[in-house]
Design a protein around this ligand. Structure first.
Ligand code: MN
Length: 231
């Protein structure tokens, strides 16, 4: 038998140990900081976290160029703590959750906000707003042992040197262990899964030529340049 065309390449994310982390799936948490929930017009009550997904192939690395996507005029940055799963499981308890974490990274959940809002306002899925080519930039993944439990640390995004988002990951409504516990109640998690854990207030648009720099204390910065339209 012949394989008819080249299979899609495995995404291999760099880590601070020099090893490569094979990305399996990308999960994202919606509205996990109260100030961002408010700026989106939602009540930041502690209702259970909700999730959406992106293709693994939307992950791009530090230093990459991000082609401005088609079908939007309002492409937004969302800086987020990313949890990298190293051991799978279903129905993981929050108390056990950190045993399933390989490490952490800085990520960007780039969003076609105009399409996301149109979907939200009509009760339709978010996919075209969120699951967009190159829309999941990911920094170098650091092993959990060197970073701690992901419960606190400054999180910040600058565009062209100007601070756009600045908060602390202690402000997350649902902690990383709680997110893992909830998500593993819906899916068996697998090694290689990434969880983008939500963004603080200050989201906003970028345009071609913009330089984004995302930082979380204790992790490598993530630098991405937005370039001319995707072809
Ligand atoms: Mn997000």
């Amino acid at each position: 038998m012949t394989v008819l065309f080249d299979p899609s390449p495995q995404i291999l994310a760099p880590t601070s140990t020099g090893d490569l982390f094979p990305v399996r799936r990308v999960f994202c948490v919606g509205r996990n900081y109260a100030d961002h929930a408010r700026e989106m017009g939602s009540d930041p009550d502690r209702e259970p976290p909700f999730f959406f997904t992106k293709w693994a192939e939307t992950v791009i690395g530090d230093g990459a160029e991000l082609p401005y996507p088609q079908a939007t005029t309002n492409f937004h940055h969302e800086v987020e703590l990313v949890v990298a799963i190293g051991a799978g499981g279903r129905n993981i308890s929050a108390a056990e959750a950190l045993n399933h974490v390989w490490g952490y990274a800085v990520g960007l959940d780039m969003t076609r906000r105009d399409l996301q809002f149109a979907a939200r306002d009509t009760g339709r899925p978010w996919d075209t707003g969120k699951n967009v080519e190159a829309a999941s930039p990911l920094g170098c993944i650091h092993p959990a042992a060197g970073f701690g439990d992901g419960s606190s640390g400054r999180i910040e995004l600058k565009v062209n040197g100007q601070v756009r988002q600045s908060s602390d990951i202690s402000q997350m409504i649902w902690s990383a262990p709680e997110v893992i516990a909830c998500l593993s109640g819906y899916y068996r998690l697998h090694p290689g899964d990434l969880i983008y854990t939500g963004t603080p207030a200050g989201v906003g648009p970028v345009v071609p030529g913009d330089e984004m720099r995302a930082e979380i204390d204790g992790l490598s910065p993530l630098r991405v340049r937005v370039v001319g339209p995707a072809r």
